[in-house]
Design a protein around this ligand. Structure first.
Ligand SMILES: Nc1ncnc2c1ncn2[C@@H]1O[C@H](COP(=O)(O)OP(=O)(O)O)[C@@H](O)[C@H]1O
Ligand SMILES: CC(=O)N[C@@H](CCC(=O)OP(=O)(O)O)C(=O)O
Length: 287
């Protein structure tokens, strides 16, 4: 009996959180490192379906960096990164498109449907909602077919909420001439969050947050300011794939969003814990 009462109390507590966030948009960025872990994905997508079921508006943006690097290696192409972004020539772009739009986007959507949710893949192979241009690297490096998003088809994404479908968007964009570009998925998620005026942007990765020592999980920084984030990038503490993630957080904060989170998607229900409880998990970056 006591157990039943505790369950009912939990439900009533959850009701308050659900009321608070009902109708609000949360952009969830799924990292490629995480996509490799099927069990973690299963539980994460259940969380996304739960969010949609109780009236929140989750929007999924995904990468697939690890799978792209593997597919490139299979094709005999050596991957090269500059400040966490993949140098993308024409053969690499073909691989990127196949992995992101042809494989992962379809798999994620199908997985959500199998788990009882409703999802719609919005990719260059179906309905492309991200439009942009070639990205000019601040250091003057030519990254090839790497793009940045300048416009998002907000209406298409928002209309799905009325039919109870979760949009699933890969990090690819077209320019006005119909050229496809490879977009870093953290940057793509940021553009989607900004365009939708999202309440929250959550980056789900395979690390427990930003660490002072990349190899030491206990060195996690629970909360850091924009100024500290910039210092840690400059000093090399934040490197590789964590750079575009933190840069995306900083740019989101610059546009008025108060808080952004980088959390460990391998931790069971980390997404729900982040949204429905006051105990944050991972790293919160604030203005
Ligand atoms: N200071 C840091 N703290 C945590 N991770 C870091 C840090 N600096 C670099 N990293 C690396 O960034 C990776 C996350 O970026 P990335 O591989 O692009 O993830 P995702 O595929 O989720 O976008 C981590 O797995 C880690 O190797
Ligand atoms: C330009 C650029 O770097 N594009 C990324 C797109 C995928 C991505 O960002 O995947 P993660 O989220 O797993 O890092 C890439 O080619 O790896």
């Amino acid at each position: 009996m006591n157990q039943a009462i505790a369950k009912a109390d939990t439900l009533i507590e959850a009701m308050g959180w659900i009321r608070r966030f009902r109708g609000k948009t949360t952009v969830i960025k799924l990292g490629g490192s995480l996509l490799e872990d099927r069990t973690a994905m299963h539980h994460l997508l259940l969380d996304v379906i739960f969010m949609e079921t109780v009236g929140l508006r989750p929007v999924v943006v995904h990468g697939g960096g690890k799978a792209i690097t593997q597919a490139m290696a299979d094709a005999g192409i050596v991957a090269q990164f500059i400040r966490g972004r993949r140098v993308t020539d024409e053969p690499s772009l073909k691989v990127v498109e196949q992995v992101l739009a042809g494989e992962l986007n379809v798999e994620l959507t199908e997985m959500m449907e199998r788990l009882g949710g409703r999802a719609m893949n919005l990719s260059p192979r179906t309905t492309c909602v991200l439009h942009g241009q070639k990205m000019l690297d601040p250091d003057g490096e030519d990254l090839g077919f790497v793009g940045e998003v300048t416009r998002v088809d907000r209406d298409v994404i928002e209309s799905l909420a009325y039919t109870d479908q979760v949009p699933v968007i890969p990090s690819l964009c077209y320019d006005d001439e119909g050229q496809l570009y490879n977009v870093n998925a953290d940057t793509a998620a940021m553009a989607v969050a900004q365009s939708l005026g999202a309440d929250k942007l959550v980056f789900l990765s395979d690390v427990n947050g930003v660490r002072r020592d990349e190899s030491d999980p206990n060195s996690i920084i629970p909360a850091m300011s924009a100024a500290t984030s910039r210092e840690l990038i400059a000093s090399g503490v934040i490197r590789g794939g964590m750079i575009p993630k933190v840069e995306a957080c900083l740019e989101t904060l610059d546009r008025g969003v108060q808080k952004v989170h980088i959390i460990d998607g391998r931790l069971r229900h980390s997404l729900l814990l982040e949204i429905f409880t006051t105990d944050g998990v991972g790293t919160e970056i604030h203005a």
